[in-house]
Design a protein around this ligand. Sequence first.
Ligand SMILES: [Cu+2]
Length: 281
Amino acid sequence: MAIKEFHLSCEPTVIDCGTFTMKGMTYNGTMPGPEIRANLGDIVRITLTNNLDEPTMLHLHGVKIINGFDGTYLQQEPIMPGDSFTYEFHARQAGTFMYHSHFNSEEQIESGMFGMLIIDDPNDRVHQDVSIMISGHPMDYVISWNPDFDMENMMDMDNMNMYVLNGKQFPFLPRLLLKPGELIRIRFANISDMAHPMHIHGHTFYQIMQDANPIRPIPYVTIDVAPGQTKDVIFEANNPGAWMLHCHINDHAMSMMIEVIYEGYEELADQARKNHLNMMM
Ligand SMILES: [Cu+2]
């Protein structure tokens, strides 16, 4: 058993989502906040310092925790500006969790105050372990649009919210690069206000965990991730080529998209992306 300590500083932040920047509040200046990761059996300590000009509280979503550390008004006084508080739990369940603000939640979460919390089981073995956090942000938080990227062409501007994966929109999301034969685990977590059906081309993924609870594997080509849920899937890299992983709400398909590219297909994918974006602009 080890003690793992983390520090989160709540900060007003201008967040760069690639296609736009927005007025936000973050943990340690990034959205999502830093990944909090520990091993099964660890004692996890998270010290939060509030550098905002409003109170806050931290909720450890899905974690079995003693009541005093739940981070809601029912059992904790808000952490006032300038103050700190240390949350602690014993990690007795492996899987994918989230952390997020639970004070003025709608505004603080949609401003960027959330992140992944992962408890690893040392017996789990995959070649790549990928976290994808889905979030939504009101259009009126947007400060500026990327001038190289014509949003009007890319999405329906009647949308009330901008949806992002790990804080970015396509084409600013890193590719998922695969080697044939690899086993890949994707941890989906949805902190936005609507369900997103996440769809992969050319492969089937198998859901192995629901909200950090192991389940009998269920195959999906499109897996619906509801608000507040985490779903872990695994898939085998068994179909070389250049593929997409995207939200299947048609309006989100372009912005919430990650390229899944096998080794040897990078140049082809670079050229194809360039041609495609030229055509769309
Ligand atoms: Cu979506």
